[in-house]
Design a protein around this ligand. Structure first.
Ligand code: HEM
Length: 387
């Protein structure tokens, strides 16, 4: 986290800080983190669409995880076109009925009590169940999944070497456990293929060559790490918004067709991932500053999404904002593979909540705590009441 986001209040609502930094130091070098920060929409956009100068080969989850997220072309393009087939909007749209059934089951468990914790009761289990089913792992293992994926996205809780090493050690351990876990499943599917993603990856070939096991393991782990907490935060952040702006609840109930644009605006306004990292491969100029080859560059999506040169009234939540070219799923060749799925899950969660729960309100007086991670934007619990 940046030095400027030094209080709980600022971590819970960092946007004023970003606005200030965008206007005072739109591109700056932060010595304490040995990293560049980029805050303007135009500059973030430029970096994300230029993988030749801004490489994704950074170590994200401890040691190099070897997934598409941290690859550059040409290997990235080959693997990406392969897994794209499993995540087309059409494939994902087929899941609508099933995901709605899962959401209803989860809400059945709390409906009579008039209260729930949005994170624990809906936003966490929904994406975990869906991704576990897609990957073809036993649903009863989902608690394990949740623990692992939490560790993978965690950042140090203090800005000390000790805290950093502690987190890295935990991540290393989680990756070893995950590798062991998925290695068994890969073995089983190799013997007896099913209709799941791991079987699909095992059968796939790129120019006559099969993927190796480490690539299949890395991809499975990436889906867990990239798909769970992000979607959890999309759902919780959206509900947070609905409690802050109650009139939107009635608008969505009166006009459910607005749910899709509500989710887009919520992604812009409270982005689950607030920053995206790259490494400069050559000396490049951004916003008048010279970035040297080898330096880290952090693109602050949470700032770009509120850039007044790109969005009309960026501080207003506009339910039917059009156009809405937010960067919350990234941009360019690494644009989020899971975006169609995340959007669908978000829309279903909100529609199901609006159908079944009236007057959703935050339990006032609860002290919110933010998720301890420099790049994630979300809260650890979000208690609400409803009628
Ligand atoms: C990539 C955000 C949900 C899988 C990305 C990137 C962002 C992002 C910003 C680009 C990273 C970069 O350029 O370095 C989000 C958000 C989500 C979400 C905000 C939820 C609201 C999901 C889900 C899945 C998923 C549900 C899978 C089931 C991936 C994968 C990549 C990716 C595999 C890497 C793509 C590549 O490198 O080509 N996501 N994501 N994401 N996301 Fe998501």
């Amino acid at each position: 986290p940046m030095a400027e986001l030094d209080t709980r209040e600022k971590r819970l609502l960092p946007f004023a800080v970003f606005n200030q930094l965008r206007n005072t130091t739109p591109v700056r070098y932060d010595e304490s983190r040995d990293s560049w920060d980029v805050f303007r929409y135009e500059d973030v956009h430029r970096i994300l669409k230029d993988p030749a100068n801004f490489s994704s080969q950074r170590s994200l989850v401890g040691k190099e995880s070897g997934s598409i997220l941290t690859m550059d072309p040409p290997r990235h393009s080959q693997l990406r076109s392969l897994v794209n087939k499993a995540f087309t909007p059409r494939v994902i749209a087929n899941l609508e009925e099933h995901i709605t059934a899962i959401a209803n089951d989860l809400l059945d468990a709390v409906a009579d009590s008039g209260k729930m914790d949005m994170v624990h009761d809906l936003a966490t289990p929904l994406p975990v169940i869906v991704i576990a089913e897609l990957l073809g792992v036993p649903p009863e293992d989902r608690e394990l999944f949740k623990d692992w994926s939490d560790i993978l996205v965690k950042g140090p809780d203090k800005n000390t070497d000790e805290a950093f090493h502690q987190v890295m050690a935990e991540k290393g351990q989680a990756i070893r456990e995950l590798n062991g876990y998925f290695a068994k499943i890969v073995e089983q599917r190799r013997k007896e293929p099913r209709e799941d993603l791991i079987s699909l990856l095992l059968a796939a070939e790129i120019e006559g060559q099969k993927l190796d096991d480490s690539e299949i393991l890395a991809f499975s782990i990436l889906l867990l790490a990239a798909g769970n907490e992000t979607t959890t935060n999309l759902i919780t952040n959206s509900v947070r918004l609905l409690t802050e702006q109650q009139d939107i609840q009635s608008q969505l109930r009166a006009n459910p067709a607005l749910t899709a644009s509500f989710i887009e605006e919520s992604l812009r306004f409270y982005p689950p991932i607030q920053a995206i990292g790259r490494v400069a491969t050559a000396d490049v100029e951004i916003g008048g500053k010279r970035i040297k080859a080898g330096h880290q560059v952090v693109s602050w999506v949470a700032s770009a999404n509120r850039d007044e040169t790109k969005f009309v009234d960026p501080e207003q939540f506009i339910l039917d904002r059009k156009p809405n070219a937010h960067l919350s799923f990234g941009f360019g060749i690494h644009f989020c593979l899971g975006a169609p799925l995340a959007r669908l899950e978000g829309q279903i969660a909100i529609r199901t909540l609006m159908d079944r729960m009236k007057q959703i309100e935050f339990v006032s007086g609860t002290e919110l705590s933010y998720i301890q991670s420099p790049f994630v934007y979300g809260v650890k619990q979000f208690p609400v009441t409803f009628k």
